[in-house]
Design a protein around this ligand. Structure first.
Ligand SMILES: [Zn+2]
Length: 213
């Protein structure tokens, strides 16, 4: 191998390393964007432009269905301290508890927001309050799945049996501190959490009916 060929090889190695570093950099940036994003202008307009009780998307509409099937993104710590977070949380609560919906849970995509946020009625707490959970995931499931009846605000006029765990862990971000916390949830409330978190991955309970048949 002569000197020139050696130099050429060295240069090529350097370029390849540089390319790899750049690809890694862009990959990390993309991952960061996907993991935790700030509010977009479109989201500000959608939330701000609606009354307290928001329109609930349904599978009967093709455009709605596309949103319901879109996997959601996390919210950044900055997005969680933005007044828009409280506005969306308040409107999701007003929507799920409204007489026309009368639900026990609702997820971001159901009001057109592709973000990991759900509102769930805590039947396991005194007074059975509705609470909002950002960046939520199911991080543990225990025991056997058991069948139970389910319906969905986005699938009007239908009900069906779905197998769900009755003992799970949920992990979510505390908006005040930006830190994640994990909590064990049991019983029917655990079923609601699984149904709502499925929404954040673009999954509807009717998929699980089909899966079982
Ligand atoms: Zn649902």
């Amino acid at each position: 191998m002569d000197t020139k060929a050696f130099e050429f090889l060295l240069l090529r190695k350097l370029v390849m390393r540089l390319r790899l570093a750049m690809a890694l950099c862009f990959g990390l940036m993309a991952a960061a964007c996907q993991q935790a994003g700030d509010w977009t202008e479109a989201e500000r307009m959608l939330v701000g432009g609606q009354p307290a009780v928001m329109r609930v998307l349904t599978v009967d509409d093709a455009d709605d269905l596309a949103v319901l099937r879109t996997p959601c993104q996390d919210l950044s710590p900055r997005a969680l301290t933005d007044p828009l977070y409280l506005e969306l949380a308040g409107k999701m609560l007003a929507t799920v508890t409204s007489p026309e919906q009368d639900g026990v849970g609702i997820a971001g995509p159901q009001v057109g927001i592709s973000r990991r946020i759900v509102a769930v009625q805590r039947f396991d707490k005194e007074g059975e309050p509705f609470e909002v959970y950002p960046n939520i995931r199911i991080t543990a499931q225990r025991g056997e799945r058991q069948p139970g009846p389910e319906g969905c605000l986005s699938v009007p006029g239908r009900r069906g049996e779905v197998l769900r765990y009755r003992d799970i862990d949920i992990t979510y971000t505390l908006p005040e501190t930006g830190r994640d916390t994990t909590e064990r949830v049991e019983g029917f409330t655990a079923v609601i959490f699984q149904h709502e978190v499925d929404h954040l991955d673009g999954i509807l309970y009717i998929d699980k009916l089909q899966e079982e048949n």
